[in-house]
Ligand binder design. Structure first.
Ligand code: HEC
Length: 323
């Protein structure tokens, strides 16, 4: 694990002199605006999960979608012609920030009790503030031309605040076992790196969501579909207390899917035979659908390749057979 908290060392080292402040480069300003906007969006995602734990409900998809829309607007505003090192990357950054939602849901969960939900809510909020503050350090550091050490000191302050919030919630009691303050800080430090990379990357194609191409020929459940579940899904959707009350282990996956109502969106079948478009399983792996809720699967990514999505779609459209 990366050592994120080394205050004594940081304070002993002399501060490297910041480079003299030149007229603000538009590319630097664009990066700073995007990093700040990403921090706000990460906070917004975490607050959506906070509200969900307070209400004892799954995270509201509309709440998450709103955060993405705002992020898109901030990025679009920053991308004046010729001003940014990379353009069109709001979607890529939003995908990186989905990890905040995933981390909150999986690592900062609760046991369903009132005290447990309160603790989870407090920790999810602390996570969001840390994401926002840490990216804020990065953003302000870019504007001021700070050294990486000055940025690290700023981030250390943010981590201290988050640690204090974790301690306070532990003192209040009811916290389920999950990520501690240090694991959360490590996650956020890595996330900041990933966001910085995404902000500097121009996507290969302006539409990052690949349109699945249907696989020609018959698709076998046992030979084509179950292996995808086994390698990519059963770590969470196993036989013992599976996520979403859905086990995808070999032998029971098909029976748990075909003609079974989704738990998240009870008006939709997980798999509606011969109708991939109306199947909640497809909505979850594509991250979109009429009553899609929660996160895109596999949670936290990387998501399924277009060809795996196409296999699952074809298997359903061919009747969702036990073949
Ligand atoms: C890291 C853990 C994790 C992995 C891996 C994962 N899931 Fe999930 N899944 C969840 C959680 C947590 C939920 C409930 C919260 C949500 O939907 O965001 C869920 C919910 C679902 C649901 C909704 C169930 C219902 O009845 O409403 C489907 C469908 C689903 N997952 C399919 C998949 C598939 C298919 C894969 C593999 C390609 C996969 N998941 C991989 C954690 C995971």
């Amino acid at each position: 694990m990366r050592n994120v908290v080394a205050p004594a060392l940081l304070l002993l080292l002399p501060l490297a002199a910041s480079p003299a402040r030149a007229a603000l480069d538009p590319a630097v300003k664009c990066t700073a605006v995007k990093l700040g906007g990403a921090g706000k969006a990460g906070l917004a995602n975490a607050l959506c999960t906070m509200k969900a734990s307070l209400a004892g409900l799954p995270t509201d998809a509309a709440c998450l979608a709103k955060a993405d829309v705002r992020l898109g607007a901030v990025f679009a505003g920053a991308e004046k012609p010729g001003s940014c090192v990379a353009n069109g990357n709001a979607g890529g950054v939003a995908t990186v920030l989905d990890a905040v939602t995933g981390f909150a849901e999986i690592q900062l969960g609760d046991d369903g009790s009132a005290a447990g939900r309160k603790c989870a809510a407090a920790r999810r909020k602390a996570l969001g503030k840390l994401v926002s503050d840490a990216l804020g350090c990065q953003s302000k550091g870019a504007l001021k031309g700070s050294s990486s050490q000055e940025i690290a000191i700023c981030r250390y302050g943010a981590i201290s605040k988050s640690n204090a919030a974790f301690e306070k919630s532990a003192a209040a009691g009811g916290c389920a076992t999950g990520a501690d303050a240090n694991t959360t800080a490590t996650f956020v430090v890595d996330l900041v790196d990933s966001v910085a990379t995404a902000v500097a990357t121009t996507p290969a194609s302006p539409t990052p969501t690949p349109v699945p191409t249907p696989t020609p020929g018959p698709v076998g459940f046992a030979s084509d579909v179950q292996p995808i579940f086994t390698s990519r899904c059963t770590s969470c959707h196993g036989s013992v207390s599976p996520s979403g009350s859905l086990s995808l282990v070999a032998g029971s996956a098909r029976a748990n899917l075909v003609d079974v109502n989704s738990t998240e969106c009870t008006s939709t079948k997980r798999v509606a035979p011969s109708n991939a478009d109306a199947s909640y399983l497809v909505h979850k792996i594509e991250g979109t659908g009429p009553c899609y809720v929660g996160s895109r699967m596999p949670l936290g990514g990387p998501f399924l390749s277009a060809s795996d999505v196409a296999k699952i779609r074809s298997w359903i459209d061919q009747g969702a057979l036990d073949n």
